[in-house]
Design a protein around this ligand. Structure first.
Ligand code: IPT
Length: 974
């Protein structure tokens, strides 16, 4: 039996115990002047918390999860399901426990000072010992814990600090988020010293009227506060004195404010520059705590943003404006460290979001690394700050379990206490997917009293009724609600709260279909204000294929543009041998694990465009400012006119002086040539002056309008040449290694699989119908081939009419799908070329990947991309690389003759190195061998992508069904 009281208490199975000897959370930044304790610590991994440590130590890097540092305890991924069967509050007996130890030289000049240890984050229970004696306990894996070590260490002498981290606990049951399970100390550790008389907390409130109020909580390590202390402030050089009225208000007893240690600074800033995501103006505030003699005992620095946030009726208002919330859910995830993210990582993430038109982040599903909020303040992103409460697997039991009451209130209140001074934080969230119970109401009550300046939300409460005034949510914040339901609610006359989806448009694999429809409805429907896409990044961990271990920090650089280097792969659930896991459901971000943007990012960027163009019948070209607070002076533009015949005209654009919401007609700087066919006008919008998130010249959006439709196609001249087909009626052509045949199958996307469509298609036999030729007829050089494609559930009749034309062969096709095939992936042609063709030039939408229901961000034009770069390497291989609205293309190689295709209408086309069956069979990219040939799909119709892996499928207009489908194309050689 252990004699250590911390171990004897078994705090890992005591939900009532949220901490012991932990200091209250506060918003004073102590990093300056602190002693950093990051680096290698002595380390050993025990099989259970009460197992005695041995004599053998290895090392572990702090901050970092041990699961990413070559121990035998590997990362494990589950979404809802707990990774162990024990019911709350129990933890499993096999419970990896990391013991971290090091000597700390406490500076001699800290004598007489108050000395505090700060552990940035430890999951899930932290036990602190100093020189073998218990010093503290903490839970709450994504917030810092501070412990006063003043009496426990001796300045000038080394102290042995031991941090024991128990992986599984009662707390794991309320940290059941959809992410990898890890163990370790994942944020920085430091030691700092203050004067005994110190600022215990500072709360800043600053409104758009320029009024500033700073509440200080002052403490003295000795207990009673000394006589005569006071505070002063400085805001961008403006001196702020202590608010004596406030003192008097508290001064029924003369000593009361001194005794309580409360003081307030107040000021009004005339002509204040307000803060918003578009205009993130910050002021520098320094708060000083003085001793009676005027000397400074303590000092705290803050950045202040003056802004208002309120819910007024069914609108969320920022500075009185109903802003659209273009949000994304973001985890602290890194492919090499698991959870630990540096300041630079965070900055890069947020810069990327700004560049792609996002203006909001939900910190799913726990408070993010503290640096995130400094950056959202600085760069301009609204934040829904979410507490670390998710009891998903045992949600119902825990929501009303009084043993967990303390933990709920503790977690929510600690987040509010830490982050309250950030102007970017607009809304508090009580957590995620934890049902709704008294424990939530208790936490909500605390927040409402402590911070009446911000709304709060909780999806689990809002779920009971989007308009219900009695539930703990000021926002109707559903997840994955069908768009029709949102619109119907907004039109019902019963809406009482802003509707902002906390999660929508699940980005798993090739996804985010109908995002543009969502936004068209949001922008057109009062009461709808936006939402948060699920989610920012794929959580693929870089894994060495040789031994199946996480590559860790040594994997730096072992990936390129979203793809893991040979010998590595992006691991998802099950790849570390987990018995229970949720597979690729962890790969559902709008960026790859290494933050390479997926094509949906361009779609989003265009949907969020601050500047848009329209072509109106009488006014001509009209520009609109779609921002809430800014004019267009930070933007520059260039007109680009592209004609089908390849003509391109460009000219600089004069952007008009437009207030937010305003529009103006603008003259075009060029005449549109009379001939040349289809004509498209694009405004390439860039950053005119350096922004904190984008240097001058960064592309912001590419709004486009069609000025003229296609000219009627001239009938291709028939030639005397012959078309050659073999006995099976298959086209024989020198550039083709596989003749054009009917295709009804795509490698299932994650949405196809999890939405059940792929299962249905397989059941019908659409993955491998058997082609039999019915007839081949030749008449005046024209060959008509009829074939039957027999699948388990029905037969598709397919006809090709092949006509020799000048420069090639014209192919008219028709497929007749029986009624049973009422929803298929595609109807089209597939064929393969000879090797050596590696560049695709096309006229159509691009340059990035697009699909019928995700094509709003791909402008029409002449595009040129290497074949290998056309493909999008979604973590689990699936249909990808498609381009929507392709009119014609040429495929060429350095030494080979090129191949050209002209389509009868804009169609979905893909050119890749993979057959659909190659993609279907592979679980990872390291199992995929690119073919030297090109596999080309031309689709008469291609099903939308939707988001059915978690949420609504595509909308009805993007389904491909039974009946007759016709399409035509001309194959030529160049
Ligand atoms: C919802 C979760 O909140 C989120 O963490 C993630 O799991 C997402 O879905 C899907 O990736 S919960 C889901 C069961 C609706």
């Amino acid at each position: 039996m252990t004699t250590d009281p911390l171990l004897a208490l078994r705090p890992w199975e005591a939900p009532e115990v949220t901490s012991w000897e932990r200091l209250p959370m506060n918003a004073v930044d102590r990093r300056a002047g602190a002693l950093p304790l990051d680096g290698d610590w002595r380390f050993q991994l025990l099989p259970a918390p009460q197992a005695p440590p041995g004599a053998a130590w290895s090392t572990a890097y702090v901050p970092g999860a041990w699961t990413m540092q070559d121990t035998d305890d590997l990362p494990a991924y589950t979404n809802v399901t707990m990774p162990f069967p024990d019911f709350p509050p129990r933890a499993p007996a096999a419970n990896p426990t990391g013991v971290y130890e090091r000597e700390v030289e406490v500076p001699a000049d800290w004598a007489g000072r108050r000395i505090v240890l700060q552990v940035g984050a430890a999951e899930s229970v932290l036990l602190v010992h100093v020189d073998g004696r218990p010093a503290g306990v903490s839970k709450d894996s994504h917030l810092a814990a501070e412990f006063d070590l003043t009496g426990r260490v001796r300045p000038g002498s080394p102290a042995t600090v031991r941090l024991t981290v128990v992986k599984w606990s009662d707390a794991s049951h309320i940290e059941d988020q959809d992410q990898w399970w890890h163990g370790g100390i994942t944020r920085s550790v430091l030691l700092y010293a203050t004067d005994p008389l110190h600022l215990a907390d500072v709360s800043v409130r600053a409104g758009r009227d320029g009024r500033l109020r700073v509440d200080c909580r002052v403490r003295d390590a000795g207990g009673a506060l000394p006589e005569g202390w006071y505070v002063t402030g400085d805001l961008d050089g403006l001196a702020i004195a202590q608010d004596t009225d406030f003192d008097r208000a508290n001064a029924e007893d003369e000593r009361v404010s001194d005794f309580l240690g409360e003081a307030r600074l107040a000021a009004t800033v005339p002509g204040v520059r307000t803060w918003s995501a578009e205009t993130p103006d910050l002021y520098a505030l320094t708060v000083r705590l003085h001793r009676a003699d005027g000397t400074v005992a303590d000092l705290s620095r803050h950045r202040v943003g003056f802004r208002d946030v309120e819910v007024a009726g069914r609108d969320l208002l920022v500075n009185g404006e109903r802003v659209f919330v273009r949000g994304v859910n973001r985890h602290d995830f890194h492919p090499l460290t698991g959870r630990t993210v540096s300041y630079d990582d965070l900055r890069a993430d947020l810069v990327l979001l700004k560049r792609f038109g996002f203006n909001a982040v939900r910190t799913s599903h726990y408070p993010a690394d503290p640096a995130l909020y400094d950056l959202t303040d600085e760069l301009g992103l609204y934040v829904v700050d979410e507490a670390d409460v998710e009891s998903h697997d045992h949600a119902h039991e825990i929501a009303d379990d009084p043993r967990y009451l303390n933990a709920f209130v503790d977690r929510v209140s600690r987040m509010v206490l830490r982050d309250k001074n950030h102007p970017s934080v607009l809304i508090w969230s009580l957590g995620n997917e934890s049902d709704y119970g008294a424990n939530h109401d208790a936490a909500a009550g605390w927040v409402r009293r402590h911070d009446p300046t911000r709304p709060l939300q909780y999806e689990g409460a809002a779920r009971l009724g989007w308009a219900d005034p009695d539930v703990a949510s000021d926002i109707a914040c559903p997840m994955y609600a069908p768009l029709e339901d949102c619109v119907a609610h907004a039109r019902s006359g019963r809406q009482t709260k802003p509707l902002i989806q906390c999660e929508y448009s699940h980005a798993m694999g090739n996804s985010n279909g109908t995002l543009a429809e969502h936004w068209a409805a949001i922008e057109a429907t009062p009461g709808l204000q936006g939402g948060f896409i699920w989610e920012f990044a794929d959580h693929g961990i870089l894994q060495r294929v040789s031994d199946g271990r996480p590559a860790g920090r040594a994997g730096a650089g072992r990936h390129d543009r979203g793809v893991a280097a040979p010998g590595y792969r992006w691991a998802y659930g099950g790849d570390f041998g987990e018995a229970v896991h949720d597979g690729a459901f962890i790969a559902d971000g709008v960026v790859f694990p290494d933050r390479t943007p997926k094509p949906v990012m361009y779609e989003h960027r265009e949907i969020a465009a601050p500047l848009r163009i329209e072509s109106r019948r009488h006014e001509g070209i009209v520009l609109g400012n779609h921002q809430h607070f800014r004019d267009l002076s930070w933007l520059a533009g260039e007109w680009r006119l592209e004609l089908a015949d390849g003509t391109v005209l460009t000219a600089p654009a004069e952007l008009p002086d437009l207030r937010p919401g305003a529009t103006a007609a603008v003259p075009l700087p060029f005449e549109v040539p009379r001939s040349g066919g289809e004509a498209w006008l694009t405004l390439r919008v860039t950053v005119a002056e350096d922004q904190p998130w984008a240097p001058r010249g960064t592309e912001v959006c590419l709004p486009q309008v069609r000025l003229r439709g296609p000219a009627p196609a001239a009938a291709a001249l028939r030639t005397a040449e012959r078309v050659e087909v073999d006995a099976e009626g298959l086209l024989v052509h020198p550039l083709l290694t596989a003749a054009p045949v009917l295709s009804l199958w795509r490698a299932p996307t994650d949405n196809d699989e999890l939405g059940g469509m792929a299962g249905r298609w397989r059941g019908w036999g659409l993955d491998a119908p058997v082609r039999t030729v019915v007839s081949v007829r030749e008449e005046a050089g024209r060959v008509t081939v009829v074939a039957a494609y027999t699948a388990a559930a029905g037969v598709v009749r397919h006809r090709q009419v092949l006509t020799p034309v000048e420069g090639g062969v014209r192919i008219e096709e028709e497929a007749e799908l029986p009624d049973v095939f009422d929803d298929v992936a595609r109807v089209g042609t597939v064929f393969e070329t000879t090797a050596g063709l590696d560049v695709l030039d096309w006229f159509g939408q691009g340059p990035w990947e697009s699909y019928p229901d995700r094509s709003a961000g791909a402008p029409v034009g002449h595009h040129r991309v290497a074949v290998d770069a056309l493909f999008t390497p979604y973590l689990r291989p699936q249909e990808s690389g498609g381009r929507y609205g392709v009119r014609r293309f040429t495929l060429s190689g350095r030494d080979a003759p090129g191949l050209t295709v002209a389509l009868d209408e804009p169609r979905q086309v893909s050119v890749t190195r993979h057959r659909a069956e190659d993609l279907t069979a592979a679980a990872h990219h390291d199992a995929l061998v690119p073919r030297p040939t090109c596999v080309i799909h031309l689709d008469a119709a291609h099903r939308g992508l939707g988001t059915a892996s978690c949420g609504p499928d595509t909308s009805a207009g993007y389904l491909v069904g039974a009946g007759v489908h016709r399409w035509g194309w001309t194959l030529g050689v160049v």
